[in-house]
Ligand binder design. Structure first.
Ligand SMILES: C[S@@+](CC[C@H](N)C(=O)[O-])C[C@H]1O[C@@H](n2cnc3c(N)ncnc32)[C@H](O)[C@@H]1O
Length: 304
């Protein structure tokens, strides 16, 4: 099956900064832990030139399909793996790779996942309440909100969404599901709107944004995977190898910042040298051209 790889399928964020910090070189081995549709991977391979190799990992089979098309030109240099970067060490070992020069994480969801209503990630479109990056694995968002006790739903919304109205939204969810199961994103958006007082809904972003973020993180165990992936990345990198991470909200960035500090000289372990004292942000032109880049923070480190 062919994917329609139109430009907006997913525009890679801060591509020049990623390449500049990764310094891809001839014969180098790179791992893109969040392949998506292969935008960053393409740039890395193009810049690296002769003999470079890229291992691309993604949990989402549609991303693997899209990247296979985008990276066709480099097919001899690329190995694509449908898997979870939380299993990074095992993936690298299974491929028989002993030397890795650079690892990229570009966290979160890709534009095609958000834009396709049937994936259930978007509060702007009506679709089934799914949100699984790998549709064959684990419980969907619908499963969670129709099963979990009210306190657990409130906890997810508070911790992963930093949602001020977590308790009220959880109560409204449980009240509705007692009448009939909640099965679509549209139904959930209506419940959230009813739960948040009108004056609080008037200002700021879409009222469902935080709840959807929280459920997506919980469904995909995103923060656990990130911690595991970063720890393994620092192990599998060779000396002088580089780790580049793009994050899109404060919970992710906090994990990246802490992992870097713990592994750097700053806290005594000295496994890596931090290359970005403060995270880099996209320039104004990039945010105008690609509004989804606006919350990006880029951190990079080099293995000692
Ligand atoms: C922001 S997109 C990456 C876009 C990519 N850099 C590009 O240029 O097209 C994030 C991708 O990471 C994938 N992903 C998220 N968590 C993952 C995990 N734990 N393991 C593997 N892939 C993951 C998502 O399915 C999604 O395709």
């Amino acid at each position: 099956m062919k994917v329609n790889l139109r430009d907006e399928y997913h525009v890679p964020v801060m591509p020049d900064e990623v390449v500049w910090l990764m310094r891809p070189k001839q014969g180098g081995v790179y791992v893109d832990c969040t392949l998506g549709s292969g935008g960053h991977a393409y740039r890395l391979l193009e810049f690296a030139g002769q003999g470079a190799e890229l291992i691309g990992i993604d949990r989402d089979q549609d991303s693997i399909l899209a990247a296979t098309q985008r990276l066709e030109r480099f097919c001899d240099a690329v190995s694509l793996v449908h898997g979870n970067f939380g299993d990074l060490s095992e993936i690298i070992e299974n491929l028989g790779i002993s030397h890795v020069d650079g690892i990229l994480f570009d966290l979160g969801v890709s534009s095609h996942q958000l834009d396709e209503a049937e994936r259930g990630f978007s509060y702007m479109e009506d679709g089934p309440l799914d949100m699984r990056m790998n549709g064959n694995e684990g419980q969907s968002a619908g499963d969670l909100i129709n099963i979990l006790p009210v306190e657990e739903i409130a906890g997810i919304l508070k911790v992963y969404g930093e949602e001020r109205w977590a308790g009220r939204i959880a109560e409204f969810i449980v009240r509705r599901r007692d009448e009939m199961p909640i099965s679509t994103t549209g139904e959930l958006v209506e419940i959230i709107k009813a739960a948040i007082p009108a004056r609080a809904r008037r200002a700021g972003p879409h009222p469902a944004r935080r709840t959807f973020q929280a459920l997506r993180i919980a469904v995909n165990r995103e923060l656990d995977n990130l911690e595991a992936g970063l720890e393994q990345a620092m192990k599998v990198l060779c000396r002088g190898g580089r780790l580049v991470v793009l994050s899109y909200h404060s919970l992710e960035d906090r994990i990246v910042k802490t992992a870097f500090q713990d592994a750097s000289g700053a806290r005594g372990q000295g496994k890596i040298r931090i290359l970005t004292r403060k995270p880099l942000r996209p320039c104004k032109e990039e945010v105008t051209a690609n509004p989804r880049s606006r919350s990006a923070k880029l951190r990079a480190a080099e293995k000692f």
